[in-house]
Design a protein around this ligand. Structure first.
Ligand code: FMN
Length: 157
């Protein structure tokens, strides 16, 4: 599969998850590209009118992961803006993902991937269950690997 991983990351945590997932997907024989999303200017939590410096073209991918950090109990507005700007995703799989500081997923993670998944569904994608990496930065390697394997299993399932 050709897989695009569009990711917003302010302090590098979500990017590290995206890169680890891309590495594992390549080991599994997929083509995986990490597509960093950068806002044009400062962005506040829940901001609606976010502009991106550039928008990666996702037409070539069979599956698209879109993710970012949880900010103020919601998905990164940068990831939300990117998803909102996507064209028709009919026939593609999409997987929303997030990293968050707290360990309890109801403190933003669940809401965030659900909202992002809703946008991806509205574009016609087959939306896979969202993956939430809570307190990713402080997780053990074994816990991180479990999150990565979940992403792989969902995409290949
Ligand atoms: C403005 C702001 C708001 C945040 N709000 C939440 C939150 O509501 N819940 C949570 O679990 N973590 C929250 N965090 C923590 C981040 O989600 C977490 O550190 C994330 O892994 C950072 O990802 P990044 O390094 O890719 O930017 C917040 C961080 C920032 C900067």
């Amino acid at each position: 599969m050709k897989i695009g991983i569009a990711v917003h990351s302010k302090s590098g945590v979500t990017l590290s998850l995206a890169e680890a997932a891309a590495g594992r997907l390549r080991e599994r024989g997929h083509e995986a590209a990490v597509l960093p999303l950068e806002p044009d200017g400062d962005v506040q939590p829940h901001q609606k009118d976010v502009r991106l410096k550039s928008t990666p073209d996702c037409r070539v991918f069979d599956a698209i992961l879109v993710g970012g950090p949880i900010w103020a109990f919601g998905m990164s507005p940068v990831a939300m803006a990117f998803a909102s700007g996507l064209g028709d995703l009919a026939g593609k799989r999409a997987l929303p993902f997030a990293t968050m500081g707290f360990r309890m997923k109801f403190l933003g993670g669940a809401q965030g991937v659900s909202a992002l998944g809703g946008i991806l569904r509205s574009k016609g994608a087959l939306v896979l269950p969202g993956v939430i990496a809570s307190a990713w930065a402080s997780r053990s390697d074994a816990e991180k690997n479990a999150v990565i394997e979940r992403i792989v299993a969902l995409l290949e399932g």
